[in-house]
Design a protein around this ligand. Structure first.
Ligand code: NAD
Length: 483
């Protein structure tokens, strides 16, 4: 039997090249949110485990072997792709079809992409009168990677590949809700022959293992992806130690649809942006702004399409919407649906728990929800819900669209739907967001900068930006003798 396929698995930390239990001997339960079944016991690690991982994180990958190691890890993920898709689906409740088509291929691509980026990396040279400057890149040392539950392997590999590729050693703390593919990644990195201690994994709760990692004086940098409130705590404890910090935080992203948009493409794009991964992607377009001229027709078509989405067993390849991450998270999302009604909104579809047959009868499902009639400044329309809920709002002019789009504390992403090229560029330039898509959504070129403005985060990752974050550059100035 494969190491990852038994009924209730007991996971371990991976420290210094060995799979070890937590020093406390305490474990947390990990559940499949679609069935409610307990699927794993997760180490409840603390400061002592983090200390051991940081102490073990000494062996960096030699410069000549880095790209090859990343390629081998990509091969290892590819060989276990189907098993990893199943694990990701069981751990998160997401449709296995989504894990197969997005999460796992992207994890492979992250390692292959950064293998190429490391091979082709260049540093600068600046000539001046009487001297030559050149830039060296050096590893930071031990870096801490903290990741959320919505795209577990996708985001962990997005950080691990450039961190190892720049010669750092890693201590990773994945979400306690979704530890399975992180454990498999440790096995894959082990099997790929990484030096002992180059990659370490410490499972556990955020305020315990996560906090210990952020505050550890031996950790030079923290790359964190998660909620904005957690990001603020991470920043407060890392900043006094002058650690390098990358914070990829929450979003409340607008989908802006102009009357001149390709109607069908805009409907399809709005549905995908609103409901992919049950609306649990930081980039999800949860505020749909529609030009009044087409508002009624657009909302009618949107609701018809959303009502037809197939929700249910994540293991069924036809399923479009699976379970939310947990019953507690569904309670939170349902709280926003109740709030929307108090705020004067009309629930046009969804908002209720679907009736599903066993084995998913008691899963954390919520029907996809469209809400109209809300003020764009109310709490439902401005706070991150992180579930299958979109609000729709009409606008009358381009200026109003931009002002509504920018009128929240977040600024991660936006998508704009129009066939007017000049307007597309104008609006893209005016939106306060780190990523703007025009007539598309979540189309990613890994060379491009990724990150948010305002409360959506600090810093950029992706391509050169990841290499810069995970390295320290040093300028060497050499005086040249006069001729
Ligand atoms: P979260 O902030 O609760 O947890 C994220 C990670 O931080 C987990 O591993 C958690 O254990 C850890 N953590 C919690 N408290 C901590 C602390 N005090 N110190 C150190 N670590 C701590 O987020 P979540 O609920 O897992 O994920 C959902 C959030 O992530 C949403 O807000 C979503 O928008 C955001 N997100 C952002 C991006 C992005 O790229 N901007 C991508 C995905 C998700």
């Amino acid at each position: 039997m494969s190491r990852t396929m038994s009924a209730v698995r007991t996971l371990s930390n991976y420290i210094g090249g060995s799979f070890v239990p937590p020093q406390s001997s305490q474990f947390l339960d990990d559940f499949n949110p679609a069935t409610g079944e307990r699927i794993a016991r997760v180490p409840r690690s603390g400061a002592a485990d983090v200390d051991a991982a940081v102490a073990a994180a000494r062996n960096q990958v030699s410069a000549s072997g880095r790209a090859e190691l990343l390629e081998k890890i990509a091969d290892g993920i590819e060989q276990r792709a189907e098993e990893l898709a199943q694990l990701e689906s069981q751990d998160t409740g997401k449709p296995v079809a989504l894990a197969r088509s997005v999460d796992i291929p992207r994890a492979i691509l992250n390692f292959r992409f950064f293998a190429g980026a490391v091979r082709h990396d260049q540093t600068a040279c600046h000539e001046m009168a009487g001297a030559l400057n050149y830039t060296l890149r050096r590893p930071l040392g031990v870096v801490g990677l903290i990741t959320p539950w919505n795209l577990p392997l996708y985001l962990l590999t997005w950080k691990t590949a450039p961190a190892l590729g720049m010669g750092n050693s890693v201590v990773a703390k994945p979400s306690e809700l979704t530890p399975l593919t992180a454990q498999a990644l440790a096995e894959i990195i082990h099997d790929a022959g990484a030096p002992r201690g180059a990659f370490n994994l410490v499972h556990g709760l955020g305020p315990e293992a996560g906090q210990a990692l952020v505050g550890h004086p031996g950790v030079a940098a923290i790359s964190f992806t998660g909620g904005t409130a957690t990001g603020a705590k991470v920043a407060a404890s890392a900043a006094p130690q002058f650690k390098k910090l990358s914070l990829e935080l929450g979003g409340k992203n607008p989908t802006v649809v102009f009357a001149d948009a390709d109607f069908e493409a805009a409907i399809a794009g709005t549905v995908r942006a609103g409901f992919l991964n049950q609306g649990q992607v930081c980039l999800c377009g949860s505020r749909v702004l529609v030009e009044r001229k087409i508002y009624e027709r657009f909302v009618e078509a949107l609701v018809a399409r959303v009502r037809s989405m197939k929700i249910g067993d994540p293991g069924d390849p036809k399923t479009e919407l699976g379970a939310l991450i947990s019953p507690q998270h569904r309670d939170k999302v349902e709280g926003y649906v109740r709030l929307a009604k108090q705020e004067g909104g009309a629930v046009l579809c969804g908002g209720e728990r679907p009736s599903l047959p066993p084995p998913v009868a008691n899963g954390a499902f919520l029907a996809p929800t469209v809400i109209a009639g809300l003020s764009p400044s109310c709490r439902t329309a401005t706070e991150e819900i992180f579930g299958p809920v979109v609000t729709v709002h009409p606008f009358d002019s381009e200026e109003e669209a931009v002002s509504l789009a920018n009128g929240v504390r977040y600024g991660l992403a936006a998508s704009v739907w129009t066939t007017d090229l000049a307007r597309a560029h104008r609006v893209a330039g005016a939106l306060a967001a780190g990523v703007v898509w025009v007539n598309c959504w979540l189309l990613r070129d890994l060379r491009t900068p990724f990150g948010g403005v305002k409360d959506s985060g600090v810093g950029r990752e992706g391509g050169q930006w990841s290499l810069d974050f995970f390295s320290e550059v040093r300028n060497v100035c050499v005086a040249l003798p006069a001729p």
